[in-house]
Design a protein around this ligand. Structure first.
Ligand SMILES: [Cu+2]
Length: 296
């Protein structure tokens, strides 16, 4: 029988691939090659998302194994050769009650932690600071309304300009900086089209919709760099508008705020998509139109 040697070869190959990936099951703050799991959690919400995900994985695996076992039994014991005269039974009340009740119980067991998690994500606790993130084609602007109300743009750093250790497609020129262990309330909107503000290690993803302000929150419990990306298809440079968040000690945050107030004072945000708006408008209304979309 050739099946088992082949199975062993597949298992060995899988182990080799996983082994070569080293600690690639997950990482904190950024994706890694051959990642096999969610990014590690840096907030209580993401920790809950991860454990709920693991719990669901066990439920799914158990159901799949159970259904597979039933299928194997049917195939082996009730095929035409081993069971030439099949039973004509069509109804069995106890088993029909069981296969109705058991799925309901499983769904209820899933629903309770699911709703608890949903409330945790949506119910914003009393914030320590608020940041407004505006999605634009194709970068993010951040403003700090309760820390001097300065605003700055955060554009992706081109691959040729990356310093050692900076991840490709994720590094931004001006990072969003937040203090550790503080509840950060994020107001999210879009200036032109729908974008999505997403940071996997924080467990947040919320759409940035023009003309509307969405809100989310996170409380990072670890210092370091955390990366996300726009997660709504928003145009040709959709994949080039990273979200880079630096979590620092509170004293470092205060120092950064003082510097940022001066650095970004009077800096007018780049109008979104000036070039693209001009190009697309000129296609319909003639080349004279160069107006960018209005700022939010
Ligand atoms: Cu976008």
């Amino acid at each position: 029988m050739k099946f088992f040697p082949r199975l062993t070869a597949i298992a060995a190959a899988t182990a080799a691939v996983l082994g070569s990936a080293g600690a690639a099951f997950a990482a904190l703050g950024h994706p890694v090659p051959w990642q096999m799991d969610l990014q590690d959690a840096a907030t209580p919400v993401m920790a809950d998302i991860s454990s709920f995900h693991t719990f669901l994985l066990w439920v799914i695996a158990a159901i799949s194994v159970f259904v597979l076992a039933l299928l194997v039994i049917v195939i082996v014991r009730f095929n035409a050769r081993s069971n030439p005269s099949p039973s004509r039974t069509t109804h069995n009340t106890p088993i029909e009650i069981i296969w109705t009740i058991v799925p309901v119980v499983i769904l209820a067991v899933i629903a309770v932690p699911s709703f608890r998690l949903l409330f945790l994500e949506l119910d914003v606790p009393k914030p320590d600071l608020t940041i407004k993130a505006t999605g634009k084609q194709w970068f993010w602007s951040y403003s700090y309304p309760d820390n001097g109300n300065f605003e700055f743009d955060s554009l992706m750093v081109a691959e040729s300009d990356l310093k050692p250790g900076q991840p490709r497609l994720l590094t931004a020129d001006n990072e969003m900086v937040v203090p550790v262990n503080k509840v950060v309330h994020v107001l999210v909107t879009g200036a032109d089209v729908i974008h999505s503000f997403t940071v996997p290690s924080f467990g947040i993803r919320i759409d940035a919709i023009p003309g509307r302000v969405n809100e989310t929150w996170f409380k990072a419990t670890v210092e370091g760099m955390f990366y996300g990306q726009c997660s709504e298809l928003c145009g040709k440079d959709h994949s080039f508008m990273p979200i880079a968040v630096r979590v620092v000690k509170e004293s470092d945050f205060s120092a950064w705020v003082e510097g940022a107030k001066k650095k970004y004072a009077g800096v007018e945000s780049v109008p979104p998509n000036t070039l693209a708006a001009a190009t697309s408008l000129s296609a319909t209304t003639g080349p004279a139109v160069t107006t960018a979309l209005p700022r939010q």
